[in-house]
Write a protein that binds this ligand. Structure first.
Ligand code: GDD
Ligand code: MN
Length: 380
């Protein structure tokens, strides 16, 4: 056999093996729903909403919040705002003749980035359950109740949920979220999940600690720190939200690659957690290290090695390999891959994570970013 073919085959097998092992583990555990001992509960709630120039959508977001199925006398809204548009005025107008929920509007003097803003908001939050939500997302009516039911389990101190409907209809995102929901359900049944989602993350107030002011993965960082202090942090598919997303290859790069940077940096900062904290450090963190840190480089190597092997065996015709990959990306980003769409979504996330790693190595990773206007349009 041509040695290049052997190398390419070995590399592809090495890339696939951990995924297959994880699939086998999934089949063994066959997890479903939240592993928490859920009980009906109605704690007081602080909803934390960070805003930066959201005047176009803020009223819809506030409508969504006040119409949640929950007694609004038990809710306070903590907004931390760094806008230089009319967002804070719109918020005050909205609450002018409304008795509940209570409003605590923190006006920042200047934009410092999301993480420091959230640290201030969390410090100001007075109620038992603290729910962080992004402005460009809708939350399901029963999400507060579902979250509270998870936190009622004494072992559980944080819970996040799933993107149940991708606004704007991106199949790439829907495919990715589907795969991710399975992974996060398994992680939660093994012990705890890693990734917490900006549109809806709920924490017990007592468990909250400050996040790194430079964090680009604030929700996940907080959950990870809470798990390190001893409590479980779970993903519950019954906690649902809606968020907009793109399919287009280049548009996805902006937001996804930044989120990837935040996650990789966080894993590196907490590398000492590997192997500790039960299955969280023994299985969940290693799998995430594999998926986010190692696998993207291997996938890139696979593409190079398979191309080289193709050329070695078939000459110029070997270029069919990269051409097929370009075709796969082209059709995938147009949402036209049908049953293969989820596979493309995983590939797309690997591209994000590789690019994110390169950007981090180049010293990038600033805590302020351009808000994506097009995603705001999909929200309306
Ligand atoms: N106060 C404040 N200051 N709010 C901000 C700032 C800021 O500098 N930057 C963004 N926000 C607000 C936005 O108005 C929005 O409500 C929320 O934070 C999320 O910002 P998006 O622009 O929608 O970013 P995203 O959808 O990619 O955010 C996700 O990734 C972040 C990490 O990169 C979310 O999951 C965030 O929670 C997460 O921190
Ligand atoms: Mn957003």
């Amino acid at each position: 056999m041509n040695p290049l073919v052997a190398v390419a085959g070995a590399l592809v097998a090495a890339t696939a093996l951990p995924y297959l092992a994880y699939l086998a583990l999934y089949a063994l555990v066959s997890p479903s729903g939240s592993p928490a001992d859920k009980r009906e509960a109605e704690p007081t709630v602080s909803i934390v909403l960070p805003t930066y120039n959201e005047s176009g959508i803020i009223e819809q977001k506030l409508d969504d919040i006040v119409s949640l199925d929950y007694p609004m006398e038990k809710v306070e809204l903590v907004v931390v705002d760094s806008s230089d548009d009319e967002t804070p005025d719109r918020i005050e107008e909205f609450f002018a003749d409304r008795e509940h929920p209570d409003l605590n509007l923190i006006r920042e003097q200047e934009r410092r980035g999301l993480a420091p803003a959230l640290n201030d908001a969390y410090a100001a939050a007075d109620n038992e359950m603290v729910v962080k939500t992004d402005c460009d997302s809708y939350v399901a009516d029963d999400a507060l109740r579902e979250a509270a039911a998870n936190l009622a389990d004494p072992d559980v101190a944080a819970v996040t949920g799933q993107n149940a409907e991708v606004l704007g209809g991106s199949e790439v995102e829907a495919g990715y979220r589907g795969v991710q929901a399975h992974i996060q359900t398994l992680e939660s049944h093994l012990d705890s999940t890693l990734i917490f989602h900006g549109p809806f993350s709920a924490f017990e107030n007592d468990a909250i600690v400050p996040v790194d002011p430079n964090s680009l993965a604030d929700d996940t960082e907080l959950a990870l720190k809470i798990r390190r202090s001893g409590d479980r942090v779970l993903f519950d598919p019954a906690v649902r939200y809606k968020e907009a997303s793109h399919s287009d290859f280049s548009k996805r790069r902006l937001q996804k690659d930044r989120r990837g940077m935040g996650l990789i940096r966080l894993l590196a900062q907490h590398r000492d957690a590997l192997g500790r904290y039960g299955n969280y450090g023994k299985l969940v963190l290693p799998f995430n290290w594999w998926f986010m840190v190692v696998s993207p480089w291997l996938v890139a190597l696979d593409v190079l090695a398979v191309t080289a092997a193709g050329i070695a065996v078939a000459g110029v015709a070997g270029l069919a390999v990269p051409a097929a990959l370009v075709g796969f990306v082209w059709i995938g980003q147009k949402d036209l891959l049908g049953p293969l769409q989820a596979l493309y979504a995983v590939f797309d996330s690997q591209v994000s994570l590789l690019h994110a790693a390169v950007e981090l190595l180049r010293g990038k990773g600033d805590g302020t970013w351009e808000v994506d206007e097009e995603l705001r349009e999909a929200f309306e």
